[in-house]
Design a protein around this ligand. Structure first.
Ligand SMILES: NC(=O)c1ccc[n+]([C@@H]2O[C@H](COP(=O)([O-])OP(=O)(O)OC[C@H]3O[C@@H](n4cnc5c(N)ncnc54)[C@H](OP(=O)(O)O)[C@@H]3O)[C@@H](O)[C@H]2O)c1
Length: 260
């Protein structure tokens, strides 16, 4: 029988921030490709509901809790007997505002959630399974990590650190473990609602691909990186942004004229 494209039959995955938005779409995509999924987020009811819908397991908790990564990987190992895929997706965009007004404690929390937790989870997955059996780690960064912007100093700096961490781990953990990142542009989720809701038509019109992202756009990229189709890809950052980074080259007068 020909395996399904990007098939993950029999593999086990942990996905953080998996009850809504991008993480939920990733968990759904991996489960649809045959993976056993272990999901987490803070809201226990949502975790239960998501795990049940995807036929997987779940553990409620905050990735900032230093004990949570271990409990999560233990659960996956106990339930599935393996842990092949780790998707570090949960994040915070707080503290939002100028850095001179940022509370140092909130700044530190951003780094704990966005950088330290992905490292702790990678360590747990490595020690429990991946160092011996192999695996793949995918960190969800942001297209915005490549440049600066108003009010997103803590978020952008922590995501730039996560991007660097991705590349460092990719170098350290090969050949058994591949480590990559996906960097989304603006995606229709709760976290980014304050950006897309008031500006969607203008943002879409300025993008080469003409629309903002949907969580499934990001999930397809994560699925590809998790699959054997990407077996020679590590240390890469897959930017999935509808052309956000190249939008400056857009020439409005050419739109609608067909081939030029
Ligand atoms: N949306 C965008 O435009 C965009 C663009 C670039 C990058 N990203 C990145 O994409 C990822 C997903 O974002 P999203 O837009 O899908 O966000 P979202 O819709 O707000 O979903 C966030 C998910 O993470 C969980 N979560 C949040 N904080 C957590 C914590 N401390 N511990 C455990 N779980 C936590 C949430 O559930 P609970 O609240 O119940 O914990 C929820 O399941 C993030 O890494 C974000 O930086 C998003």
């Amino acid at each position: 029988m020909t395996p399904a494209p990007y098939g993950l039959q029999g593999r086990a995955a942990v996905i953080t921030g998996a009850t809504r938005g991008i993480g939920r779409a990733v968990a759904q995509a991996l489960a649809s490709a045959g993976a056993l999924v272990c999901v987490t987020a803070r809201d226990a009811d949502e975790v239960r509901r998501t795990a049940a819908e995807l036929g997987g397991v779940g553990l409620a908790g905050d990735v900032a809790d230093p004990g949570h990564p271990r409990r999560l990987t233990d659960l996956a190992l106990r339930e599935f007997g393996r842990l092949d895929i780790l998707v570090n997706n949960a994040a915070t965009n707080q503290p939002y505002g100028p850095l001179m007004e940022a509370d140092p404690g909130d700044w530190r929390t951003a780094f704990v959630i966005n950088v330290e937790a992905p490292l702790r989870l990678a360590q747990c997955a490595w020690r429990a399974w991946m160092s011996e059996h192999g695996g793949t780690v995918i960190n969800v960064c942001t297209e915005g990590a490549a440049h600066v912007g108003p009010n997103v100093g803590a978020y952008g700096t922590s995501k730039a650190a996560l991007l660097h961490l991705t590349q460092q781990l990719a170098g350290e953990l090969g050949p058994r473990v591949r480590v990559n990142s996906v960097s989304p542009g603006l995606v229709r989720t709760e976290m980014a609602r304050f950006v897309w809701e008031p500006t969607e038509s203008e943002v879409s019109a300025a993008l080469p691909l003409g629309r903002i992202g949907e969580p499934e756009d990001i999930a397809r990229a994560v699925l590809w990186l998790a699959s054997d189709a990407a077996e020679w890809v590590t240390g890469a950052d897959l930017v999935v942004d509808g052309g956000t980074r190249v939008r400056a080259a857009r020439t409005p007068t050419l739109q609608g004229r067909g081939t030029v």
